[in-house]
Design a protein around this ligand. Sequence first.
Ligand code: TGC
Ligand code: FAD
Length: 392
Amino acid sequence: MANDQFTAPDYFNVDDLLTDEHKLVRDACRAWVKKEVSPIIEECAQECAFPKHLIKGLGDLGAFGPTIPTKYGGGGLDYISYGLMMQELERGDSGIRSTASVQGSLVMFPINEFGTEEQKMKHLPKLASGEQIGCFGLTEPNHGSDPSNMLSTIVDKGDHFLLNGAKMWITNANIADIAVVWAKDEKGDIRGLIVEKGMDGFTAPEMHGKWSLRASATGELVFDNVKVPKENIFPDVKGLKGPLSCLNSARYGISWGVIGAAMDCYDSALRYSQERIQFGKPIASFQLVQKKLAEMITEITKAQLLSWRLGVLKNEGKVNANQISMAKRNNVHMACNIAREARQIHGAMGITGEYSIMRHMMNLESVLTYEGTHDIHLLITGMDVTGINAFA
Ligand code: TGC
Ligand code: FAD
């Protein structure tokens, strides 16, 4: 939104739970979004164009791999700083947060966690600065929620692996220099490898026709007998826990990110309701509008506390994947509801690009689905509390 008047709500003084460093990181990111993202993002979304020129700024801001060690170019920050950055980026647009989530949690995280020293030195500094962009290929045309049934394969050919298969719905695919790809080996084990742009047989066509995340780049990854050098494989990680542990990091960031989108919708709705006069009064004076606003700020506050506590547990190394699933599911659902309620408060203006509401609302439909759908996360919680697997 060109005229960005955002003021962040903080009903429970969550700021008091943050360190000076957290606040510095958050404020720098907030100022960058106001200056660089807000003035252009609506037009990008309307035109379905990813603002590629923002990549360098994201790198300079430290939004790529903020928790990666500084010796590899990362920020060496804690997980609450990471969460706050995702919150501020998604306040601007979920697509901008997506670019940073994928780069940090789904590309830099596995290279840092599972990669060789050579892989780390080769890729992490360039990914941190934005000189290189990465993407993460897990989902396939016929396997989304059930990645364990993936069809992509690698075959050991002595000095290289032969990679075949296709990935779909891949954020950053068509702008990426490298792709972290998950495929099954001859034994049926899921393995991760780094595929580089320009390798023969590797193409990454852009996907078109989205009504959601229109300012984000989404594409396919197609592998037709791609020769991937042996040194590009993650040597020691096998099985679904490899990609799923990357998802833990990204889902954690999303739990924070969507609070930003919700805050933007709430803040805009509050301001609009105080300015818009109907029946001779600001619409904020009607009980039904107040109910919407009161419920919005209550839900935002609950989500803030949930993510902050999750961040503390993550910093202490005590978090588990089930807790992350609960926070991702709750907070995305909360943000979707708030976007819809805020849209109503804006009346007809709410469907226009004058306000960020409709863009957030449409973006959040993707966020509800990617990184594990709303129902998949419910089943994860269900399995955790009952001990019974209801997936299959
Ligand atoms: P299951 O048998 O339960 O587990 C297989 C192995 O994985 C381990 N595991 C985990 N490890 C780490 N973290 C987690 N969260 C884990 N969940 C499971 C598990 O312990 C087991 O290990 P082992 O050693 O025994 O083999 O697997 P399943 O096949 O029954 O599937 C379980 C299910 C449904 C929970 C899982 O597959 C799932 O989460 N599905 C959703 C798929 C998903 O989230 N895809 C996301 C693609 S990436 C994306 O969307 C990026 S969008 C980014 C953006 O633009 O911002
Ligand atoms: P399906 O798995 O086909 O699910 C369809 C419906 O069935 C859902 O409602 C689901 O909850 C339900 N369902 C499925 N199984 C069960 C079950 N056992 N019980 C009950 N209900 C069930 N993937 C990547 O790998 N990398 C990316 O960078 C990436 N970026 C994305 C960007 C965008 C914009 C989008 C929209 C998606 C992206 N994805 C990415 C893919 C995303 O992770 C998948 O869309 C998601 O995991 C769901 O898979 P699916 O779309 O195939 O839906």
